[in-house]
Design a protein. Structure first.
Lengths: 112, 873
């Protein structure tokens, strides 16, 4: 895949992506990045420079919590988990996102 | 502080966790690659490639966390400190200038805060109001309340919870144990503490019944209780001797209870004789009221103006001054307390703000010049990718340590200035004791210092951010750097503000000069005065009082060096008055006048000249025909060119059953200024002390030599006559005159000081800019001289630059001075706000000093050898 086809993560949507990824269970930072990449068929690349500050921010908001643990391969990693507040936030953000997509689609639809 | 430490520690922990997390992820990535079939080395390399530079990532993350900005700012501050250390003279000069400005400003602000802004120490003090009768068209903004007026107000006001009345002038001679002393006390209505909402510290306040019965009970102030009785808690119920009569102490007020002022030491019930309750009689009280909750001051003003209008219709003879109805002035108690010093203090605050502004612009000029010297460095920074905001932040960080020096130095200086300044505050300044460097004042010092430095670094920062690296780095520093126009503008602005300050200073100085020239009508040189009040319980009959006074004067006259001595009931310029109407036999109407009772020697002692007839003589006794004196103004007003001697007059007491006897005018004396040197509201009339005896008297002694040196001898003679006689307010007449000038002395002194300081600062700024520009143009001058221009031509070029700046600044300053002069009008004496001499003097002074400042760089430029300047490129 050429570089040009890769997409930048839209400003403000990274939080939603992280929360969404954590919905399926606790995950470490590297895993979160990989999952987002895999789910987007490699179209979305999360830069490290933005992933860690985002995790830090979400934790400070109280939407996720972290704990050191071990991976299936018995490697140490910091695992992030969604909190109850985070779940509420995710629902809110998803609703907003769906509305946004629908609206964008309506505006961008070619005139008939 | 602790919060910051915790944050700092948390930050350290987050940092280490982050790198641990990143390393863990690196390991996971490598492991995944090994599982996918890569060799361990390949996997590690690939993982590292994917992750890029870990340190870089860490940096990015930290930046996003917001710590980097703080750290970088710290670095900038450290760099700034290094730069400041490299130019110690510059740094010291700037710090000193800043400290001086902040110090002066803080000192003035602490006075303004203590006297005007700080709330009064009573609960809900903003609801307390003072109410005064007022006749503004006659130039009397406020005068005292009469008992009848108080009763009417109290009955008819619906918007005030209550109104209390106080007679601030009351004589209390304390005798008994210890030295006899005269106390400053007041007679207060029973509800004063209730209106102020301050209960007594100990004991109780007096009741309404005690007030009506003129009960012999007293309430002590906290300070007096501590001073005289050492804070003895057994004071309640004790009897103290006041005016020779026993008064029972029933209460002690808390320290913050200071009504009408901190000078008052005790209060007794305000007994109002029933025959005094007449409209227009004895305006000798002050009032304080409390607004009901939710009531606004404007509503009360409207209500009282209604009350006064009704009174004016009911009693037209009493509530009319000239052709104007007497109104009511309702103002907050805090405002009323400070009305005499309010405008001068605000003027000083405005002046010091202007000075700070000039200092700020000066600092900006210096910073621009400094940035100019570092233009190459700035250009390098821009070339390496520094943004405008980054450069501005750096500029700020470099000067921030200066503001710290300003704060610390300024506070030390403010403390010292306050110690020096406080004794010069006018005697009627309220709450002087509470002027100190407290939290609001400290906040002011910090804010002023920071604001000056921040403002000053704004412009240099902008100029630095605009610098074009390409051009700057290619050319050497010879070219004229950016900011030339800005520098010129700043100097012009400084000169404009300086001119306004100078103009104000000249106005005040001219007023002061006018005032000193005023002849008060008496001669104060060599005159000593002291006050006393006779103890009436001991000298009950008027004739005995007059006799006692005569004996005192006789004794004082025996002292060698005393050339004359006499007594009068109210001393000129001492701040207390006794005024009322007089009528002349066979002439309708009354004339407002100063009522005075005097002994025969008074006129010679104070130096009032006799114009016609005779003065009082020893044979003017109670039984002899009633006599009196009038002053020349009264004589001219009533009798024109006719001689008043032989005509008769008396106090104007309409409707009173007990009328004074007609007194024959035996002489005409010179007119004097009794109230102040600035106002001459009314003429004087005199009666002999023997025929109109007064309890309170001032002894006036004319001496040869230094008047204060006679105090001891005079006191000795008084003690010999009456050991229990307290004497107070011992001052030379010159001191009394000086006291009336205090506000002006302060205003003139400070305004002149500020004017001179701003002149110095502005000219330093002008000198800096002119010489800097001249330096940059040295090459141009060299070429000019090489082509044949003389030294005079070059000098003219530089001087013209200085002159142009001064001229433009002066023009703008003169335009600004116009509204300033009008605003100061009410504080001026003898001149108007548009005084032509001040208008010419201020710019002339400024431009000549500015040209002197320009002479130095002009001379240097003219002396420069073109051969040297041209070769040095």
């Amino acid at each position: 895949m050429s570089e040009a086809e890769k997409l930048d993560v839209l400003q403000g949507t990274l939080d939603l992506l992280i929360l969404r990824t954590l919905q399926w269970g606790p995950q470490h930072g590297h895993g979160i990045g990989q999952i987002i990449r895999a789910k987007s068929d490699d179209l979305l690349q999360v830069e490290h420079g933005s992933l860690y500050p985002a995790l830090h921010r979400l934790r400070r908001e109280g939407w996720i919590e972290s704990e050191w643990g071990t991976t299936q391969n018995n490697q140490r990693a910091k695992f992030y988990r969604l909190t109850a507040k985070g779940r509420e936030q995710l629902t809110r953000e998803e609703t907003k996102w769906k509305l946004f997509v629908k609206t964008m689609a309506r505006v961008m639809r070619p005139q008939e | 502080m602790r919060r910051w430490i915790r944050l700092w520690l948390a930050r350290k922990q987050e940092d280490s966790e982050l790198s641990e997390e990143l390393r863990a992820h690196l390991a996971i990535e490598a492991r995944q690659r090994i599982e996918a079939g890569e060799t361990p080395e390949e996997a590690t390399h690939a993982a590292k490639r994917v992750f890029g530079n870990i340190a870089h990532t860490e940096e990015d993350v930290r930046e996003a966390w917001g710590w980097a900005a703080v750290e970088r700012f710290g670095e900038d501050v450290r760099f700034g400190l290094r730069m400041l250390r490299r130019t110690p003279v510059w740094t010291a000069a700037i710090s000193a200038m800043l400290a001086l400005g902040v110090g002066l400003g803080t000192a003035i602000f602490s006075v303004v805060y203590g006297v005007l802004l700080q709330p009064l120490p009573y609960p809900n003090a903003d609801r307390l109001v003072a109410i005064w009768p007022t006749a503004t068209k006659n130039g009397v903004a406020r005068f005292n309340v009469s008992a009848a007026l108080w009763l009417d107000w109290r009955k008819n006001s619906t918007l005030l919870e209550d109104i209390a009345l106080t007679r601030p002038i009351a004589n209390f001679n304390l005798t008994g144990e210890g030295t006899p002393e005269r106390l400053q006390g007041a007679r207060a209505s029973f509800n004063v503490p209730r209106v102020l909402r301050l209960p007594p510290l100990m004991g109780r306040i007096f009741t309404e019944e005690e007030q009506h019965a003129d009960a012999k009970v007293a309430i002590l102030s906290y300070a007096f209780w501590q001073r005289r009785f050492g804070g003895d808690s057994g004071i309640l119920g004790r009897k103290i001797q006041l005016n020779g009569e026993p008064f029972e102490v029933i209460g002690v007020m808390p320290a913050e209870y200071q009504y009408p002022s901190a000078a008052f030491e005790l209060w007794t019930p305000l007994y109002i004789p029933p025959d005094e309750v007449r409209h227009g009689m004895n305006h000798q009280y002050i009032s304080v009221g409390r607004l009901k909750p939710g009531v606004r001051l404007e509503q009360v003003k409207a209500e009282f103006s209604g009350i006064m209008r009704r009174l004016a219709e009911e009693y037209p003879g009493n509530y009319r001054a000239g052709n104007e109805w007497i109104g009511a002035l309702v103002e907050t108690l805090a405002q009323s307390d400070a009305f005499q010093v309010r405008s001068p203090l605000y003027v000083l605050l405005a002046a010091i703000s202007c000075l700070l502004l000039i200092g700020c612009m000066n600092l900006a000029v210096l910073l621009i010049a400094r940035a100019g010297a570092r233009a190459q460095e700035m250009a390098m920074r821009v070339a390496l990718g520094a943004t405008g905001g980054r450069l501005r932040r750096q500029m700020l960080a470099e000067v921030l340590p200066l503001s710290l020096a300003g704060i610390v130095g300024g506070l030390v200086l403010a403390w010292w200035i306050l110690q020096t300044l406080l004794p010069y505050l006018p005697a009627n300044t309220p709450r002087v004791a509470s002027i100190r460097l407290n939290v609001p004042v400290l906040a002011f010092a910090v804010c002023a210092s920071l604001a000056v430095v921040l403002l000053a670094s704004l412009l240099p920062g902008r100029i630095a951010a605009r610098s074009q690296p390409g051009r700057m780095l290619r050319h050497a520093s010879r070219s004229v750097t950016g900011g030339g126009q800005a520098r010129n503008l700043l100097v012009v602005a400084q000169i404009a503000v300086t001119l306004v300050l100078l103009f104000g200073g000249v106005l005040f100085a001219r007023s002061f000069a006018e005032l000193i020239r005023v002849n008060p009508g008496f001669s104060s040189q060599g005159v000593l005065t002291m006050h006393m009040a006779v103890t009436r319980a001991k000298y009950r009959e008027d004739v005995r009082v007059a006799d006692y006074y005569r004996r005192l004067v006789e004794r004082v006259k025996t002292i060698p060096g005393v050339t004359a001595a006499g007594m009068v009931n109210r001393l000129p310029l001492s701040g207390i008055a006794q005024t009322g109407g007089v009528e002349f036999e066979g002439r309708a109407g009354s004339y407002d006048s100063d009522w005075r009772s005097a002994t025969p020697g008074y006129f010679e002692a104070i130096g009032i000249p006799l114009k016609h007839g005779r003065l009082f003589l020893e044979f003017d006794r109670p039984q002899s025909p009633a006599v009196g004196l009038i002053d020349e103004h009264m004589a001219r007003r009533v009798f024109g060119f006719e001689s008043p001697v032989g005509k008769r007059f008396r106090r104007y007491l309409p409707g009173l059953s007990q009328q004074d006897p007609w007194a024959e005018i035996v002489g005409v004396v010179g007119h004097i200024l009794n109230d102040s040197l600035e106002r001459d509201p009314r003429p004087q009339v005199y009666w002999p002390e023997t025929q109109r005896t007064q309890d309170r008297a001032a002894l006036v002694v004319r001496t040869t030599g230094h008047p204060e040196s006679y105090t001891q001898a005079i006191m000795e003679q008084i003690r010999k006559e009456e050991p229990d006689q307290p004497v107070y307010d011992v001052r030379s007449m010159e001191e009394w005159v000086d006291r009336t000038l205090q506000t002006r002395t302060l205003l003139t002194g400070m305004a002149t000081l500020f004017g001179a300081a701003s002149l110095l600062l502005a000219c330093l700024g002008l000198y800096g800019v002119v010489s800097y520009t001249a330096n940059l143009r040295l090459r141009e001058f060299g070429i000019r001289m090489a082509l044949g221009a003389g030294a005079g031509h070059v000098r003219g070029l530089v001087l013209r630059h200085a002159g142009r700046l001064a001229l433009w600044g002066s023009l703008i300053g003169l335009t600004l001075s116009w509204p300033v002069g009008r605003a100061l009008q009410s504080l001026l004496f003898g001149i108007t706000g548009g005084d032509v001499i001040s208008w010419l003097l201020a710019p002339a002074l400024l431009i000549s000093v500015a040209l002197v400042a320009g002479l130095v760089p002009a001379g240097k430029a003219a002396k420069a050898d073109p051969a040297v300047t041209l070769r040095s490129e």
